[in-house]
Design a protein around this ligand. Structure first.
Ligand code: IPE
Ligand code: IPE
Ligand code: MG
Length: 253
């Protein structure tokens, strides 16, 4: 695979000890299932199946590295444009995953939440989402957000409409609206902004993921197709993150 290589700036030295910066929230764009399958002359579904195994490894890696919040981009608002057969395959896999993995996630102390236009899925699936959220609501070891029919623009637009309605009904004074309050209208209400955003497959774009929330996220692009993703890739991303100097617009320190 041809992947453009960019030199990582020298950055700071990474201390091996406990003061090494660990991102509180990691967001992952899980990309490359189709290319993984094509390279093996397999149908795309095989790539998505293998991708589901990588999801397990990623969750384990987050837990092991004491990352408290993990958001996985599993299906974008734009992915509905794929051929109906692939959409059916993806939703079928999702249904299977929710039914068969929930007990294990719960045992591991994972709290699961779905962000995105969940109402675009069928009623049966919406019930699975609610069930998963209800069962795991008390867990605290890992907050896992699965982005499903998620789009950053639709997130911001939906929030704007809700805000306009609140202003119209006299529940909200526009003069009082600040960034923090705006954030309460987003799907990610109550969830800290991602510190680190990782994309696999060698593509250098956000594809409409967490546009508002990732304003100051560190971006790491990995040269691995999602089905091959494992703990060493997770560690590599954390290592790169630890070397970055975050400034948030302030003077370099
Ligand atoms: C990511 O893999 C899974 C989803 C977007 C649902 P892709 O299906 O996008 O795989 P590529 O990018 O075609 O290789
Ligand atoms: C982004 O991947 C969405 C997910 C990983 C769920 P895509 O494969 O849909 O993105 P583009 O089309 O390459 O931008
Ligand atoms: Mg893709």
């Amino acid at each position: 695979m041809q992947v453009e290589r960019l030199e990582e700036p020298a950055g700071k030295a990474v201390p091996e000890t406990a003061q090494r910066a660990v991102p509180r929230h990691v967001a992952v764009i899980m990309d490359g299932n189709g290319r993984w399958a094509a390279a093996r002359r397999l149908p795309r579904l095989a790539g998505h199946r293998a991708g589901a195994q990588a999801v397990r490894r990623c969750i384990q890696a987050a837990i092991q590295n004491k990352v408290g919040w993990l958001t996985l981009y599993a299906f974008s608002s734009e992915n509905w444009r794929r051929p109906a057969e692939e959409v059916t395959d993806l939703t079928g896999l999702l249904r299977h995953y929710l039914r068969h993995e929930l007990a294990e996630l719960h045992r591991e102390g994972v709290r699961l939440r779905v962000i995105g236009e969940r109402e675009r899925f069928d009623r049966d699936m919406c019930r699975e989402f609610e069930r998963a959220e209800r069962i795991t609501a008390g867990n605290t070891r890992l907050n896992l957000m699965v982005a499903l029919s998620y789009g950053g623009r639709s997130d911001i637009l939906r929030a704007t409409v809700a805000i306009a309605e609140a202003v119209r009904d006299g529940r909200l004074d526009p003069a009082q609206l600040d960034e923090q309050q705006f954030g309460r209208f987003l799907y990610t209400d109550g969830i800290p902004d991602p510190d680190l955003m990782v994309r696999t497959s060698g593509e250098f774009r956000l594809s409409n993921f967490l546009l508002w929330q990732a304003a100051y996220a560190e971006l790491v692009f990995l040269d691995v197709l999602w089905p091959d993703f494992g703990p060493t890739h997770f560690a590599e991303a954390l290592d790169t993150y630890a070397r970055r100097e975050r400034r948030f617009g302030a003077r370099p320190g």
